[in-house]
Design a protein around this ligand. Structure first.
Ligand code: B12
Ligand code: SF4
Ligand code: SF4
Length: 391
């Protein structure tokens, strides 16, 4: 096959990718990443927090060399899908509701993008005129996806660490197809269009974007704390969640490349999935496991599991400090089967803090059998007693 023919095939594949709903498509090689040193430093500094899947031996080795996962790989197709839906001001968008990161408003992108990639693979085989061996990844494999995207010419890596494209911004999700077929690689995206801007660094409420740009400290990031972190959230970090119940979009909301260039895409798969885009923390706290599984089946929100989502709901009610939440929190504290949820409801009652909350906490203290929850109740009561003494 001539080089000209191969280029024509690559163009056809990109065109087809666009017809499937991928907004960007580029090609790169399976060479080791140029910024492997940054990934290793990020791990050795403990910035991956408890995400063991980022640091185990397989993760390290495969990220260092994509060919380890697929030795026959000759090229990698990298695609990006715009999930931006515009602003949403419908019911539930008031200040007392829980905010959900935009990427999680619609259907689970792992499923959506994988189905589209599978269709793309049938087309690749028809163009190649032979069966093609491939591996598909949608945030599911040990690859440095943003770096591959930058190398395939899709955009640059901003100071908030997002892959940003100068025409559509950063509200995109990435996926890759590793192929045993050689396709001509695109030019890497070399420009850094952040310039002297520091809006994302200044806006991040937890200072998770490190002063040395292009590094996120997951231990502080609201996205990590609300989605990936299992178990209790350290009490000194709870206030930083403000009203984010799942994920965080602040460092993208402030980015001028999004504000100037992102245009809402009417992609049915990413359209808000009821009861999203905002979640009512009171309703969340009354959801049992079966209801949680039914409501969030097919949604990215299920990633935090019931325990994480209800924990987050308690925290944002504590942050909101509205007395109307007292009874919902008290019911959660005394009746929820999950000690993590009960512990955070105790903390939230302590934040709301008035006579009724004190007597509800005392009542719960007498009946609670879990040691960690008893500590949370005691801390909440001590804190309220201190405040009273100060008055
Ligand atoms: C772990 C993870 C997280 C962690 C850690 C985030 C982080 N920044 O590392 C947490 C849970 C915090 C997280 C949060 C989010 N995530 Co996330 N996450 C991942 C995951 C699984 C791995 C990321 C990773 O490897 N981190 C390690 C660090 C070291 O790598 P990196 O940040 O990519 O940095 C590389 C470059 O910056 C490069 N580098 C450093 N300096 C320089 C300088 C130059 C000039 C260049 C070119 C490169 C460069 O070095 C690093 C190694 O390549 C990827 C999927 C994947 N397999 O890649 C999704 C992924 C990055 N996440 C994604 C999304 C959507 C999010 C959220 C927006 C979700 C939300 N709204 O809550 C937030 C955004 C927070 C943020 N600002 O990063 C998308 C990003 C899409 C995009 N357009 O960029 C991805 C790609 C998933 C996907 N398939 O679409 N995430
Ligand atoms: S996602 Fe939120 S907490 Fe995380 S770095 Fe961005 S602004 Fe900071
Ligand atoms: S807000 Fe500014 S510094 Fe941050 S990613 Fe966007 S352009 Fe770059």
């Amino acid at each position: 096959m001539t080089t000209k023919q191969v280029r024509q095939y690559a163009d056809k594949i990109k065109e087809y990718a666009h017809s499937l709903g991928f907004d960007l498509c580029g090609i790169t090689t399976p060479e080791p990443p140029a910024h492997l040193k940054e990934y290793r430093k990020w791990l050795s500094d403990g910035l991956h927090a408890d995400m063991e899947y980022m640091s185990n031996d397989r993760a390290r080795r495969s990220r260092a060399n994509p060919k380890r996962i697929f030795p026959e790989c000759k090229s990698i197709l990298v695609v990006a899908a715009n999930y931006y839906q515009g602003e949403f001001s419908g019911p539930g968008s008031d200040t007392t509701s829980g905010k959900v990161a935009r990427y999680a408003w619609g259907r689970d992108y792992h499923t959506v993008l994988l189905q589209r990639l599978q269709e793309l693979m049938s087309f690749v085989e028809s163009v190649a005129g032979r069966p093609v061996r491939y591996r598909l990844y949608v945030d599911t494999g040990p690859l440095l996806e943003r770096e591959l995207a930058q190398r395939a010419g899709l955009g640059w890596i901003g100071k908030n660490t997002m892959l940003i494209n100068h025409e559509i911004g950063s509200w995109t999700l990435l996926a890759e197809a590793m192929l045993d077929l050689w396709l001509p690689p695109d030019e890497p995206y070399v420009a850094d269009r952040c310039g002297s801007c520091t809006l994302c660094i200044d806006a991040c409420p937890t200072d998770a974007i490190m002063s040395e740009p292009r590094r996120i400290d997951s231990n502080r990031c609201i996205s990590y704390l609300t989605i990936e972190h299992r178990g209790a959230i350290a009490s000194d970090k709870r206030a930083s969640l403000e009203d984010w119940v799942f994920g965080c979009d602040i460092c993208q909301d402030v980015c001028p490349w999004n504000n100037r260039f992102s245009t809402p895409k009417h992609d049915r798969d990413f359209a808000p999935f009821s009861p999203l885009p905002h979640l009512n923390p009171h309703s969340l706290l009354s959801m049992n496991q079966l209801e949680f599984s039914n409501v969030f089946s097919g949604s990215p929100v299920k990633r935090s599991k019931r325990s994480g989502l209800l924990r987050n709901a308690s925290v944002i009610l504590g942050n909101c400090g509205d007395r109307n939440s007292t009874h919902v929190l008290a019911t959660s504290l005394t009746e929820d089967p999950d000690p993590i949820v009960r512990a955070h409801s105790a903390w939230a009652l302590g934040q709301i803090g008035h006579e009724e909350a004190v007597s509800l906490l005392r009542y719960a203290q007498e009946n609670e059998s879990d040691a960690a929850v008893r500590i949370e109740i005691k801390d909440a009561l001590d804190e309220l007693a201190n405040q009273k003494d100060l008055k």
